[in-house]
Structures are given as C-alpha cells and as structure tokens.
Write a protein that binds this ligand. Structure first.
Ligand code: CIR
Length: 254
C-alpha cells in the first residue's frame, strides 16, 4: 500500500519562514485549493492519503517533508533548523508510528527533510542553514546498519538541497548547477533546469512520472525530452512560502 502523509495549509501561512524570498501576500483560499489538487493528484496516482488537520499556530506545518525521513526500515524524526518549526514534528511522528520504528535527531543536531535526498542506498544531506554536520553524523549512525551511505553536500543560494536537486527517474536527477555541483553525483544522469527557471529543480517523483510546478514549463519540456512524464501543477501560493512540490508530502510504502 502506498501512503501519502500531507497536512492542510495553516491559516497563518502568511507568517511562514522566508530565507531567500521577499514576503508576498499569500491567497489562502487559492493555497488551499492548490493543495487539495496536489492531494487529489497523489490519490489519483494510487496513494492512500493521510491528510493531517491544519496546525493554525504553526505557519509552515503544511511542509511535512521537513519533519521526517521515511525509509523502508525506519523513520527518522528531524529536529528542524528553524526554531519556529520544531513543534511540527510530534504530530508527524504520531502519524508515522503505525508504520515504522521511529528514531529522533537529537540536539545540537538540526535537520530539515528538504535537505535529504535518497537515491537507492545513497543518502545525500545538504549542509544548508537548516541542517548541520551533527545531524548528518547522527543520521549516518542510524542508517549504517541498514546499508545506506550518507554524504554531505554543500548547498548555497537556496533553502534546501532539494531546492537544488531532486530525483526524476531511477538514475536521473534534475538539478540547478548554480546551487549544487553536478560533480557530487558522478554515477547519475543529470537534467539541468532551464537557466530562466532557477527554482525549477524541485520535482516530486511518483512512480514513472514527476509532479512539477506549472510555473516552469521550459524545464518541464527538458524533462519530457529526457523521457520523463511530467504532471504540471499550479503551486503558486506554496511557492510564495518558499515551498516546492516535494515539501508537501511524505510518500512511502505502508
Ligand atoms: C521554511 O522556510 O521552512 C518554509 N517556509 C518552507 C519550507 C519548504 N520545505 C522544503 O523545501 N522541504
């Protein structure tokens, strides 16, 4: 059974954390409609949806990806780098508990799920403003027994590693070479974002297709040319909160 954990958009999303973007008004109703469409797309792709209730006092709580890393063998509950986001993890942990043994990142480690890219048995961890080397070492110790190799990747110019690079097919990554160096991934094929669309590297791989923001059609074309089926979604309001399509779900086999 394929499971998707999501969480409804908070009515306080206008007070979200922003690092690289100027604050712009978020249309809350539109954000909720776009998020519902995202959830429906996942349902249409065969995921059983666990849509958590809104957390009105946690503006960024819709971005459930940052609260956990779900592997086949266990789930790692993060300690988000932004203090305002630390309370998001407990409800995500509760939702994951029926499916996985849970292990928690401990202080002084900080880790956002958006900085964790798993490709097969490789786990790449972005060393960003949100995620530090103490958390990387903890993660390495947790997953070693399960056969994963953990590598730190310097990230600059964007929020998370997965703002800069995501997996779009078994051996293919979509990447913005200005934010993360392609040489970090020598064994993988790379598709670069269109230079006019620097924020287009965040795609959500779902089976043989990817969910990708409709705002980045040129990069969408590059993906199609590489033989990847693209499902464009309008996520304009989520993007104003510096979120992408991976951030809004945790996808795993139940
Ligand atoms: C934040 O700055 O934490 C949120 N406004 C956006 C988080 C996006 N999450 C992600 O890319 N995984």
């Amino acid at each position: 059974m394929l499971i998707a954990i999501t969480r409804k958009v908070s009515n306080s999303i206008a007070h979200c954390e922003l690092t690289h973007l100027e604050r712009q008004p978020v249309d809350l109703e539109l954000a909720r409609r776009q998020h519902r469409q995202y959830e429906k797309t996942l349902e249409g792709l065969g995921f059983e949806l666990h849509s958590l209730p809104e957390e009105p006092r946690l503006p960024d709580a819709v971005f459930v990806e940052d609260a956990a890393i779900v592997l086949d063998e266990c789930a790692i509950i993060t300690r988000p780098g932004a203090g305002s986001r630390r309370l998001e993890v407990e409800s995500v942990a509760a939702a994951l508990r029926p499916y996985r043994d849970l292990v928690h990142i401990q202080p002084p480690g900080t880790l956002d799920g958006g900085d964790v890219l798993r490709v097969g048995s490789m786990i790449y961890v972005g060393l960003s403003r949100r995620s530090n080397s103490q958390a990387l070492e903890q993660l390495r110790a947790i997953v070693r027994a399960h056969g994963y190799e953990v590598t730190g990747i310097p990230v600059g110019g964007c929020l998370h590693l997965k703002s800069a690079v995501t997996q779009v097919a078994e051996k293919t990554l979509l990447l913005n070479p200005g934010w993360v160096a392609g040489k970090n991934f020598p064994a993988l094929k790379l598709v670069e974002v269109d230079p006019a669309e620097p924020a287009a590297a965040n795609a959500l791989m779902v089976g043989s297709a990817v969910i990708h923001p409709a705002a980045y059609p040129r990069t969408g074309e590059r993906l199609e040319k590489a033989g990847i089926r693209v499902l464009p979604l309008d996520v304009s309001e989520i993007a104003k909160a510096e979120g992408g399509v991976t951030c809004c779900s945790l996808l795993f086999r139940g």
